[in-house]
Ligand binder design. Structure first.
Ligand code: 5GP
Ligand code: MN
Length: 320
């Protein structure tokens, strides 16, 4: 599956790894695993991201080496991991110019914008695909790379709870544990280390919770002012949407985060039957069937109306 990719790695001297803005655990974990391995192979490699690495992922090896897209530089080979759309690369997209681009991803909405595209929506996380690549390279995983991949998988599967979790996912997790990963240690660092500001932000988010469509839809919203006042950072909103989803009557949860007064980021989650990727696609976004997102140009209130309407239509119109 990866033979083309492996020959490209062998031929290349300068390699960049890119991923999407507002990075999550799979973005960081899968990219750092590949970064550490390429570095250990003696390649000149850079992992470039528009946004900061969230604090909870800073224990992963190599996280301190992540760079911002500030310098003009040419690469022979550019990996784009966990990102289905070049628009989501932000400024980092400039490094695609003139390079062989290898996209490795698991988003169903992937636009196949690479020269080589390894896209498998059945994979729970891009971390699974990078694990397969390393196996095909005969690379013996050390604990540090294994921790990166385990973090990628545990976060994208919602701690092995979502429908993307398969026997393959568990087998890979088992192999990562054999390579030295201590499960409780990762759980402690990723799930039991919330900064105080994030917990204050959870209070604000719950305060904003609204129900629609006979309690089948929830919506929470946060402004930049609330993020600042609680002493939080943008990435502290990751997973807050789960509070709106994990209610017995709810099928779809919406979370709206103000970016500026005229621009918001919307997140969508579904539980059993609604394809939220279709809803996000109506607004130019994408993702997975059960977890998607999009950017909407408008105020929080305008975005809320638009999105709740679109969700309501899908739930009531029988269009799954
Ligand atoms: P989240 O709501 O946590 O930001 O993202 C949920 C899923 O949707 C993730 O897999 C993420 O990569 C994807 N996603 C979020 N926002 C966008 C977007 O604007 N465009 C696309 N194509 N995917 C998105
Ligand atoms: Mn992912």
């Amino acid at each position: 599956m990866f033979s083309n990719v492996i020959s490209k790695i062998q031929e290349s001297k300068n390699i960049a790894i890119l991923s999407h803005v507002m990075p999550d655990g799979d973005n960081i974990g899968s990219s750092l695993a590949l970064y550490n391995v390429l570095h250990a192979m003696g390649k000149y490699v850079k992992y470039i991201l528009d946004d900061d690495v969230p604090k909870i992922y800073k224990f992963l090896k190599g996280s301190e080496k992540v760079q911002k897209p500030e310098k003009e530089e040419k690469f022979d080979l550019v990996f784009v991991l966990d990102c289905g759309d070049r628009e989501r690369l932000g400024k980092s997209a400039m490094y695609l110019e003139g390079a062989t681009v290898v996209v490795i991803d698991h988003h169903i909405s992937n636009k196949y914008f690479g020269d080589i595209n390894i896209v498998n929506p059945k994979a729970s996380a891009t971390g699974e695909l990078i694990y397969n690549l390393l196996v095909e390279m005969d690379y013996k995983l050390d604990i540090k790379a294994a921790e990166c991949l385990y973090t990628a998988i545990v976060t994208d599967t919602g701690q092995f709870q979502y429908s993307n979790t398969t026997d393959i996912t568990h087998n890979i997790a088992g192999e990562l544990i054999k390579s030295g990963v201590v499960v409780a240690d990762i759980s402690n660092k990723v799930y039991q280390s919330n900064p105080k500001g994030k917990v204050l932000l959870i209070k604000e988010a719950l305060e904003s919770l609204e129900f629609f469509n006979n309690d089948t839809i929830t919506c929470m919203a946060l402004t930049q002012e609330q993020i600042k006042e609680t002493g939080s950072v943008d990435s502290d909103t990751e997973n807050l949407i789960n509070f709106g989803r994990d209610i017995d009557s709810v099928e779809v949860a919406v979370f709206i985060k103000e970016i500026t007064k005229e621009k918001v980021k919307a997140s969508l989650r579904s539980k059993n039957r609604i394809d939220v990727c279709k809803i996000a696609a109506k607004f130019g976004g994408g993702g997975h069937i059960r977890a998607s997102g999009c950017t909407i140009y408008g105020s929080v209130e305008e975005a809320k109306k638009l999105i709740i309407n679109a969700v309501q239509q899908q739930i009531n119109g029988g269009d799954k």
